[in-house]
Design a protein around this ligand. Structure first.
Ligand code: GTP
Ligand code: SPV
Ligand code: MN
Length: 590
């Protein structure tokens, strides 16, 4: 056992005063014991084993159901290193204001020592973390989401490395007034207090694998991204890997698990990852991606056997459901699942519920935690040590107007501009107003551990270092008609867009694509919409690039990027000017 870990555990225990300390080994016996303790203590409900074997329901504190971005800080020495889009707190203020919240915080509780690996156990690019937590629910989730326990200590021992990321987590008193999620990029340390919710408390996920890892990637020449990774196979036998950065609750899990409507023809989609990608330049000059996680912490509402059959199969067993509704038979229910709500339902807070209440039965950010190995569409390559080579990167978001269903960038540089300037409507994955359009560069606004201006520079550099960078696209499944209805069926039918992307990558689309001021967009014939019952008006709308909408869009992009000042790479300023020029050229030609 690593002496440095033991020393740190002792030191933290001297502040937090747990009743006992338990080192987690990740064994079956251990999780069975933890689960029965939580059931006995009332924090887990055992679900009906004939509906969901080995599965549980957890109800959060009603004030603790989503990430709290306003309470999330980057604690670099200099505010400039956090940049204008992050909350900043000096390490000294953190010590004075936040560290005291850990004092005695674990009295009457157990402190679990949770060693874990982000990435496959033997991959060179994997990294080890250790989370100290007083929440057994966090331990149970970390066991599914990461390679957890003895396997992580073994990796340190085998590699002779003492390089691990420390994270301290306490539920505290769960008051949002005393809740802080702090990241120290210089010491690569994480402190989280006052929340038990996923992204705030499962420190391997957003805190390490994105915020701290993005800093490591900047320093070491790789990238940590909020991206799905999927494998697309065609009837011709070629296989292509595509990554996609969409903001929280904007469709990564669903695209990564897409069930192809044309499976019988040989069009297949398989999942490599559904939330996070770590990306390296390969010896062959391509970008290679691994999924550092081993489970899915997915959005429940909207998930059904129609929209995402692979997710429904994945959550059939070995799953922790959080903040869904409970049926009298001990089954789970949420809005958008296959069946109408049964009577006698208890809502996500355990209160009697009926449709007449007009409130959702499941919390809109209710989640499932399932092992990746439950996914019937898991790629055979999902834990390859080298990762998979990316042919394309998609940037996506929720936009009711303006953004066409798909467009391709003219170059890597223009693709970085597309990512840096993208926006999306806010969702229930974070507390605050839902449905407000905000800029969310590369879907990383809440997850970049350093100045995003420098982050854009890192993207440009990664493309320059790759002889064959992926093609870059922007997609939007969420455009609406005048009555507010989605114009595009989405889900499985997104395969049609993936096929257009593949054709573009293979250079086979001469008649199916046209240049517009914002990028290369399908022609009306270019996108296969056979059998969709899509009116030509709807199709035109999906493919349209409206000059007026884009004039204000480009303006907003410009003022957003301006805030990065000297940190904004000149290349992006040039791309912005080039976009304005192209839009102006359209204006002049009409
Ligand atoms: P995080 O886990 O928060 O990072 O989210 P995610 O990007 O993985 O989002 P997810 O796939 O879980 O989708 C979030 C919500 O969007 C769910 O309610 C889905 O049903 C819905 N959704 C996903 N894909 C589509 C689509 O193609 N069309 C429509 N209309 N809705 C979609
Ligand atoms: C997200 O909000 O992007 C998620 C869920 O994937 S959480 O782990 O809570 O961040
Ligand atoms: Mn996410």
């Amino acid at each position: 056992m690593s002496a440095s870990i033991e020393r740190w555990v002792d030191e933290v225990a001297r502040t937090t005063h747990p009743d006992q300390i338990v080192w987690c080994d990740g064994s079956d016996a251990e999780i069975e014991r933890l689960n029965s303790e939580m059931v006995a203590g009332g924090t887990l409900i055992h679900l009906n084993g004939s509906k969901h074997p080995n599965s549980y329901l957890h109800r959060s504190d009603p004030q603790d159901v989503a990430r709290t971005e306003q309470l999330t800080f980057i604690c670099s020495e200099r505010p400039e290193d956090a940049g204008p889009t992050n909350n900043w707190m000096s390490p000294r203020e953190a010590q004075e204001r936040v560290w005291p919240l850990f004092s005695g915080a674990m009295k009457g509780r157990t402190m679990y020592v949770v060693p874990y690996i982000m990435g496959p156990a033997t991959a060179l690019s994997s990294r080890v973390g250790v989370e100290l937590t007083d929440s057994p629910y966090v331990v149970a989730n970390m066991r599914t989401m990461t390679r957890m326990g003895q396997v992580a200590l073994d990796r340190l021992e085998r590699t002779g490395s003492d390089d691990w990321v420390p994270g301290i987590h306490s539920m505290g008193d769960l008051s949002p007034v005393r809740r802080f999620i702090l990241h120290f990029p210089e010491t690569r340390t994480i402190w989280s207090v006052g929340s038990g919710y996923g992204g705030n408390a499962l420190l391997g996920k957003k805190c390490f694998a994105l915020r701290i890892a993005s800093v490591m990637g900047r320093d070491q020449g790789w990238m940590a991204e909020h991206m799905l990774i999927l494998e697309l196979s065609s009837p011709e036998g070629d296989v292509m890997y595509i990554a996609g950065a969409f903001p929280s609750a904007c469709g990564k899990t669903n695209l990564a698990m897409l069930r192809s409507p044309l499976e019988h023809e040989g069009w297949r989609v398989r999942t490599v990852g559904e939330d996070i990608a770590w990306i390296h330049v390969g010896a062959d000059g391509r970008l290679w991606a691994i999924n550092p996680e081993s489970g899915y912490f997915g959005v429940a509402p909207g998930t059904s056997s129609k929209t995402n059959p692979n997710a429904m199969a994945s959550v059939r067993q070995d799953t922790i459901f959080t903040n869904v509704a409970l049926t009298p038979e001990g089954d789970v229910w949420w809005e958008g699942i296959d069946t109408p709500p049964p009577s006698g339902l208890l809502d996500w807070q355990g209160r009697a519920w009926s449709p007449s209440l007009g409130t959702p039965a499941a919390h809109p950010n209710a989640r499932f935690t399932s092992p990746a190995t439950n996914n019937p569409a898991l790629s055979a390559q999902w834990e390859d040590s080298e990762g998979v080579p990316l042919s394309a990167i998609l940037f996506g978001g929720r936009r009711a107007r303006t953004i066409p269903i798909v467009s391709q960038s003219f170059s890597w540089q223009h693709g970085v501009y597309m990512g840096a300037s993208m926006a999306s409507e806010t969702t229930a994955a974070a507390t605050g107003q839902v449905g407000v359009v905000r800029r969310d560069p590369m879907a990383m606004l809440p997850f970049c551990g350093y100045n995003m201006g420098d982050y854009f520079g890192h993207w440009l550099e990664m493309g320059a270092n790759a002889a064959i960078p992926p093609a870059v696209f922007q997609v939007n499944w969420f455009r609406r008609d005048a009555d507010g209805r989605f114009l595009w069926p989405g889900f499985g039918e997104n395969l049609r867009v993936l096929r257009w992307v593949r054709d573009q990558v293979l250079g086979r689309n001469p008649a199916g694509a046209r240049e517009t001021p914002i990028g290369i967009v399908p022609t009306a014939q270019g996108l296969d919409v056979d059998g969709l019952n899509l009116s030509s008006v709807a199709l035109n709308e999906l493919l349209s690039v409206d000059r007026g909408d884009w004039a204000s869009e480009a303006d907003e992009q410009g003022s957003f990027l301006d805030q990065f000042g000297d940190h904004l790479p000149d290349e992006l300023r040039r791309e912005h000017r080039a976009l304005l020029d192209r839009l102006g050229a359209v204006a002049a030609s009409r």
